[in-house]
Design a protein around this ligand. Structure first.
Ligand SMILES: [Fe+2]
Ligand SMILES: [Fe+2]
Length: 278
């Protein structure tokens, strides 16, 4: 039940326009001291009086005025206030460390074209690479999430290369770890006020998804083996891979991507309680 005395954590938030052009926010709220999860809405009239910066996942809030709507089985909130602000991502020093770790990996590459092309891309797009989330909802959905996902993938890949029997081109795998999701720096928009992550509609008009972007980028730079890794890293067509993995390196990047995206430091609200940085 909705309890005005209790604190709630925002699990997810989606602010969208209704059919009649008004703004509304849909929230998933978890009671701080139980497993109860509530669906709530804030209509535009109430939203106008609320600082939208407080409406972000992980924040602890209190509801000061609201009512249960039995017709929709949700709660309509009229007044909500911030109790404790969650981290919205990695801080600058953490992001710098991850970015430098990635640069050091690339500096080790023996393939000169692979090295210079990726270094040039990273320097030219450093600001976006350092802040981009790795996804809107599912995993690493916070500022610097993509960097953390890349470094998790690199570390998991290296641990695997050390113990598997088949011959693997390590440079290519590390390049795949770095570039497989890099199209996401253009695919998503990060709202700097609310930290809400949304799809970039202009990107969607031109590209199928980040795999398509990365595939074309790699081929344009004469990196066809890397292009295949990027195109296939989701594993199957069902998961929007352009093609299934056909090389050992592509299979490995697909697998480490799965591990990091399912078992890594996944959600923004875990950043408070989990200081483990791979
Ligand atoms: Fe991906
Ligand atoms: Fe990924």
């Amino acid at each position: 039940m909705f309890d005005l005395k209790k604190d709630y954590k925002i699990l997810s938030i989606d602010i969208a326009e209704t059919r009649n052009g008004k703004l509304m926010a849909k929230l998933n709220l978890k009671c701080a001291d139980s497993e109860n999860v509530l669906n709530a809405v804030i209509w535009q009239e109430a939203l106008n009086n609320i600082d939208k910066a407080i409406l972000k996942p992980g924040n602890i809030v209190k509801i000061f005025d609201g009512a249960y709507n039995s017709q929709y089985n949700n709660y309509s909130i009229n007044d909500i206030r911030l109790i404790k602000e969650a981290k919205s991502g990695l801080d600058e020093a953490e992001r710098k460390n991850f970015f430098n770790q990635i640069l050091e990996e690339v500096e080790e590459f023996k393939d000169e074209n692979l090295k210079s092309t990726i270094l040039q891309f990273l320097f030219e797009n450093a600001d976006k690479v350092k802040t981009a989330p790795a996804a809107a909802k599912i995993h690493h959905n916070y500022i610097g999430g993509l960097l953390q996902h890349i470094c998790e993938c690199i570390n998991i890949a290296k641990a695997n290369i050390a113990v598997i029997a088949v011959k693997i081109n390590q440079d290519l795998v590390i390049a795949g770890c770095i570039m497989h999701d890099i199209g996401k720096i253009f695919e998503y928009n990060l709202n700097e006020e609310t930290f809400a992550i949304s799809k970039n509609k202009d990107f969607q008009k031109v590209w199928i998804n980040h795999l398509h972007w990365g595939f074309c980028w790699a081929n344009k730079n004469d990196l066809s083996e890397l292009a295949h890794i990027i195109a296939s890293h989701h594993g199957t067509r069902e998961w929007h891979a352009l093609v299934e993995p056909m090389t050992n390196e592509a299979v490995l990047v697909h697998q480490v991507d799965m591990i990091s995206s399912r078992l890594g430091l996944i959600q923004v609200d875990q950043l408070e309680s989990n200081n483990q940085i791979l």
